[in-house]
Unconditional design. Sequence first.
Length: 277
Amino acid sequence: MTFHELSDGQHLPEIGFGTYKLNGFAGTQSILSAVDAGYRLFDTAFNYQNEGTVGQAIQQSHVNRDELIITSKLPGKYYSSYQDSIDLIQESLYRSKLDYFDLYLLHWPNPIDDHYLEAWHTLIQAQKFGLVKSIGVCNFLPEHIERLKKETNILPVVNQVELHPYFNQQELREYNNTQNILTQAWSPLGRASAILKDPVLVELAKKYHKNIGQLVLKWEISLGVLPIPKASSYARQKGNLDLFDFEISSSDMQRINDLTKPDGRTNNQDPVVYQEF
């Protein structure tokens, strides 16, 4: 496995592990299992209500803290208040028993309320305080990022977005690349939707002697995207890492790209109008 070098110099592995809905004792065991399987990047958020679960797994893990990359996210309801946001980041660190987050993101732009610029200023200060190492965003469109650049001259190092074969985000990926922003993919398997039964993907998975999940994750990595799949069982966790012994041909990459749809979002969460607090 190789690494992505972020614009601020931090390195991230080619694939991460999503922790949404992994809570309590069972969640801790799943995350510990993922550490054992070989994952080193773990993605959580205040709104997942499991930062403590992630922290507990880190405490119990045999892996040194400095070998792990922990990501969390600021929820939209705190964007307008600098002090409330700083307090919340500190509270998240207390819950997770960490001294810092390796990567901290704004969860949604929430453009109707329009406080994401204030929140970005807060993340810049949190980075200066040493609460977070790197700062980025989720679900931001080019227009949102251009505003951050114009007002602060500081770009996010990561933009984490919905991305899968039915919504490949080509234009946004190309924009992110021009700004030296790494694209991460949440819901990289389309929330286990019809993607896993798509006849083109079924055919190609057989061709490469892989399952559909492995094929899709490899497609994303081949696009230069960092996918963040979630899996509860050790077998699936390990399987989702078994991606580096094959390459997808350019013609087959195009066949997968051709599956994208203008309305391919799984839950119609369009950042132009969607808000989450």
